[in-house]
Structure formats: C-alpha cells, structure tokens
Design a protein around this ligand. Structure first.
Ligand SMILES: O=C([O-])CC(=O)C(=O)O
Ligand SMILES: [Mg+2]
Length: 645
C-alpha cells in the first residue's frame, strides 16, 4: 500500500494567518461546505484539502473558516510538498483514491442537518438541488417553522419528550434548532439543559437512537488520535469533556453522561455564538460504579467498574496529548462533571500546558461571584463586609470560595490568606476546622480555620453568623426550615443560593426560601424555579448557573486566540455579568439579568475576557481588535438560513 508521510504533510499545510504556505494565492469565499471525502484518505490536519476535478485540471483547495485558498495549477505548484496525497508521484502499483468535490443535493441534502431547510427551500433551490418531488409543494419561512415546532413541543406534557423532540430537531435541521433555542431561550433552556438534561442522562440508554458526540473508552487506549480523526469536523475550537462520574448532582452516570457535553455545547452556540461545527462533545468511558446502570440491559457504556489510578491517568493523558496534537494549542477544553478528586487533579495538571478550564469549579465560581457582586445592591457594603457559609466543599464550593477570597483581596489589598477567613465551609462531616486539617483532602485545607468542631449545618449558621448561605452539596432538601429561619433571624435580607442541580437536588426550593424567610431572602438557584407569590408580592428567583459564564468566556478565549486560562479572566467575567443587571432587574429582586438578553451579555463577557487576555499577554490573535464588544458580536454564529445558489 502507498503510505503518506503525514507529519510532512501536516507541517506543510498547517495554516496560521499570513504564514500560510498558500498565502500568495487567491483567497475566496467558498460557495458551500464542500467536503465529501473518502474516509480512507480524508485529510487529518486542521484544514481540509480537497481535489477539485470539475474542469479536468487538478486544483488544490484549502478550507478554513469558510475561506478557500486556491492553488492554480498553471502556476506550476503541483507535486512536491503540495502533492498532498501523492497522486502525482504515485506509480501504477500505488493505488490512490479518485476524489471529487461533491455538493450535497437531493435526498442527501434533506438528510444533512447542516444544510437541510425542510419546507423552507425555495422554488429555485428545489429546482437546482434536485429536490423537486422530495418535498410537498408549500414553501414556508423559518419563522413559520419556529412557530410550528414550538407548538409541537408545547404539546408534549412530559419534559423528556420535549428534550427528545429538540434532539431530533438538532439532528434534522441544525439551524432551525438554534433559531428555536435562541428565540425561546427562557422556555427551552430547562429542556436542553438542567433540569431535563439530567433525566435524559439517567435514561440515555433507553432514549438513545442516534449517537451524538465522540465516545472514547478504555478500548480506544493507544489510538485516541485516530478516534479524534473520525470526527467529521476538523476545525474544532471547543471541546466539552466528561467522564460521567458526577453528572450534575446525580452522581455516576458513566457513559450516559454524554447528554451534558452535548447540552453545554448547544449553549456555546445558542448563548455564545460559537459555530456548531467548531464544537465537539466528548465522553470518556472508563466504566461506571453505578450498579443500576451496570445491570441495565439498555446501558450504552463499558460494563465494568471505573478504572482509577494509573490506568485512568494514562488514558486522560493520551487524550489531552491527542487533542493538542490534532487541534493545536488554542483549542479550549472544558472539563465538565468529573468527580472531585479527578477534577482538581486534571485542572492542576493541564492548566499550565493546555487551554483548559473546569466549569464546575471555575465557571460556577464566576457566576456566583457575579450574583454576590450584584446582591450588594440589596444588602449594602462590600463583599469584605460579609461572611460566607457553604454547605458542600467540593468543586463548586471550594471554587466559589476561592474566587470570593480573590475578589475581596483585589478590592481591599488584603492577602488572600486573610480574606479566606471570611469564608467557611461545611462538608458531610460538619464545619471544616483546623482540628480536621490532617484528614482533609488537599482542596479543603485552605478553609480549615480555627474553630471548635460543629456537626450540624444549623449550628454552624448560628455560630458563624453568615450573611450569605451557599448550597453546593449535591444534596436536595438540606436547607431545612430551621436553617432558613436561622439565616432570617440573623439577617434582614439573607442571601441564600441553592446551587445544586437538577431541581431534585436543590438545597431548597424558591418557594421554601421565600416562605421561610417571610419574603426577605435574596434567592437564586442552579436550576430554574418559577416566580413565587408571597403575601401579595411576586418574587422572581434568579438562576445562578454557569451557563451565564462559559459561553461568553469561551468566545472571549477563542476570538483572542488565547492559550491559557487565568483566574483574572474569571473575575472580569463575573464583573461583566454583574454589570449587566439593570435597575429594572433589581426592582424585581433579581441578582442576574434575564437569559433572554444572553447573547448581548456573552459579547460583553467575551470582550472583557479577551481584553484581560491581551493585557496578560496570553492572546495570540494580533493586533487586538479596537472594539472588542463589536468584534465579539461580529464573530457570533447566526442560525438564519442561507440561500443556496
Ligand atoms: O450543568 C449545570 O446546570 C451546572 C453544572 O455545571 C452542574 O451542575 O454540574
Ligand atoms: Mg457541571
């Protein structure tokens, strides 16, 4: 068999701005995505290279970001380094694949979710793309399609059915899916995201009909790079990866955690404007310790106990190495819903070599800090004047605690070792205090302050006298009436955040928080709650969910070509989000802006993150755009249909 020298090929065709080997050639917009390559010989580099044989001559096209670099064979650039697949140098006994560019048309166009428009194909398109007869006569607008889909979705009473309808739509007509989600974000977020996505993961094996994302299991050890290359898109900008061990507050769902990366990346596009083709959901399957799933005949993952220790670390290392090798330095990897021990280790291990962030530690921290900054409007003073108590000392708890301490340190110039003393955490064994230091996991140790041991949360509230109570325990119903009443006895306006997801794991409901505090609580939760009327006044709870942060943060990193995440970016993201809360929102008691303005909010977050990255010298896309907000907006994917020639 004729074999290619891949590494030679990759170094000669990698493209980066003006250093592209093709930069002297004509640059033009491609008419459509024209990628239909033989799987065997598909290009494995960042750009796809196609052979265009339409005119009988051979033309090399390099596609990147929708632009093509055309090499005119008349200029003599054939063979040699540009003879990418060896067609010109191959001899008779070296078989090559006869490639041709193909444009999706007819039946396959209708089944291609990236290009399908359903009944919205106009007469001319139906004519020129061999669609006549494949569609009924009527031609409708995208708006009418949205109206119809929303009506159909609302007809389903069960949230999981709505979820399945949305996933079907995503697989059938991607632009319509995003249009629907963006136009109805407040209604559909609880479907494609928490809480329904949690139930979807629990039942993933039963509702599964078409695979989404990339599954990398222990079986793929030693060939992860090849698996990455099986994914049809080459220019990946964001990966959300989970190993399914701690899916929301639902625990170990193994391979069925895939719903989470898929959902998060839908939000990257809908809320942050990152192109869907640049997003890659990945689940790493190292087994599961969930007996129920192991015994479930419909379970889709490896039927074995979780690999741990060296076996786990090696697989993850191979993955991280392959990601960088395949997609380069600037691909963003978002760690999602890993169990505590792995989450902290992975972040520490890869934080200095890769563009990574952990959504549960850092994204959640940033969104909560934003809520607290805006809550100061109601309670007065600065963060430094407050005392914070957490129930739950895992990723979210310690992540938020640290960002609060950093922000106070920034505001007051006090060392962070001092500002940490304003923050207390309770875990399953009670208040974290110095006498427990020896036996604590490393991420809890900075919070082991001097205090006598306290076992119960309510006693900790009475002793520590917090002004802010934050639930990150993954345990529902733990903010009991007694606890909320204790907070309300201590504070005129107790700030109570019940962050665990999905709704079933929320530390208390909105109704409980408002009722037990006699309408005085400033409340937000990780999963959404309806408004509550208490003694004639309507209270609108905010949703303190990292979905406010990661889409804008990711966009800011991508658009500036950032190579590492820095804590200061999370601080500016929080400040940018807090700055988006309007007087009108405050008047309703909200500490977060409504999700309906999320794209504008994401653009502001992205701009601040990018600005910080330029300031820190971590951005590589130079020179920086003058107006970063406008630039962020101009980078955003639009789900409007395109007209096909
Ligand atoms: O997914 C969500 O809604 C928020 C989150 O990261 C989690 O709970 O793990
Ligand atoms: Mg998460």
């Amino acid at each position: 068999m004729y074999s290619l020298n891949r590494s030679c090929f990759m170094s000669n065709t990698s493209i980066s701005g003006s250093s592209s080997p093709f930069s002297n050639y004509q640059r033009r917009r491609l008419p459509a995505k024209v990628v239909a390559l033989s799987t065997a010989n598909r290009d494995q580099s960042n750009g796809s290279v196609l052979l265009d044989t339409r005119s009988g001559t051979t033309t090399l096209q390099e596609i990147r970001d929708g632009y093509a670099e055309v090499v005119d064979p008349k200029s003599g650039v054939v063979g040699g380094v540009q003879d990418v697949y060896g067609e010109d140098t191959a001899t008779e006994d070296q078989p090559v694949t006869p490639w041709a560019v193909s444009v999706a048309s007819g039946y396959s166009l209708l089944r291609d979710p990236h290009h399908n428009k359903g009944l919205a194909f106009n007469e001319k398109e139906r004519d020129s793309h061999y669609l006549c007869g494949l569609l009924p006569p009527t031609v409708v607008s995208q708006e009418l399609q949205v109206k119809k889909m929303m009506r159909n979705i609302r007809n389903y009473q069960v949230p999981l059915q709505r979820y399945m309808a949305m996933m079907d739509l995503q697989e059938r007509n991607q632009r319509l899916f995003y249009k629907l989600l963006m136009d109805n974000v407040e209604e559909l977020l609880p479907i494609v995201y928490t809480p329904t996505v949690g139930e979807a993961c629990q039942k993933y094996g039963s509702i599964f009909n078409r695979p989404q994302g990339l599954f990398i299991s222990l079986k793929e050890k030693g060939k992860i790079l090849e698996v990455l290359r099986n994914w049809p898109e080459k220019n990946i900008q964001v990966i959300v990866v989970t190993d399914g061990e701690r899916i929301l507050g639902l625990g170990d769902l193994g391979c069925q955690g895939m719903g989470i990366p898929v959902g998060k990346l839908s939000l990257y596009t809908a809320l942050g404007g990152v192109r869907p083709s640049a997003c890659l959901p990945i689940t790493i399957d190292v087994g599961t310790n969930n007996e129920k799933l192991l015994n479930d005949e419909f379970y889709i993952g490896l039927r074995q106990k979780r690999a741990t220790g060296q076996e786990y670390a090696e697989l993850l290392h191979e993955f991280m190495t392959a990601v960088k090798q395949n997609y380069g330095e600037k691909v963003l990897v978002q760690f999602e819903d890993f169990a505590n021990h792995n989450a902290f280790d992975l972040l520490e291990k890869y934080g200095t070599t890769h563009l990574v962030f952990n959504d549960d530690i850092q994204g959640t921290a940033s969104v909560v800090l934003a809520g607290l900054i805006s809550a100061m409007k109601f309670v007065g003073g600065n963060l430094a004047d407050h005392t914070f108590l957490f129930l739950g000392a895992g990723e979210a708890g310690t992540g938020i605690a640290e960002l609060i301490a950093l922000e106070i340190s920034k505001q007051t110039n006090m060392p962070v070792e001092e500002t940490r003393k304003k923050v207390w955490l309770v875990d399953s064994k009670g208040l974290i205090v110095s006498s427990r230091a020896e036996s604590l996991q490393h991420f809890k140790r900075p919070w082991a302050h001097e205090h006598e041991p306290v076992t119960e949360l309510v006693d900790a509230v009475n002793k520590i006298k917090p002004t802010v109570l934050i639930g990150t325990s993954g345990q529902g119903k733990t903010f009991t009436k007694e606890v909320v009443e204790a907070m309300s006895a201590l504070n005129e306006k107790p700030i109570i955040l019940a962050l665990s997801n999905p709704t079933s794991q929320s530390e208390c409901t909105a109704e409980e928080a408002y009722t037990w505090s006699q309408g005085r609580a400033i409340f937000a939760s990780g999963s959404p709650f309806e408004s509550v009327e208490y003694e004639g006044k309507v209270h609108v709870p905010g949703q303190s969910n990292n979905a406010y942060i990661f889409p804008g943060l990711g966009l800011g990193l991508i658009m500036s070509g950032t190579i590492r995440v820095h804590d200061d970016m999370l601080l500016v993201a929080a400040e940018a989000l807090a700055a988006e809360v309007s007087q009108e929102n405050f008047d309703k008691g909200l500490i977060y802006p409504p999700f309906k303005n999320i794209r504008k909010i994401s653009a502001h977050i992205a701009a601040k993150v990018a600005a910080k990255s330029y300031e820190l010298g971590l951005a590589t896309r130079l020179p920086p755009p003058k107006d970063l907000v406008k630039y962020a907006e101009s980078c955003m994917y639009s789900p409007a249909y395109r007209t096909y020639r």
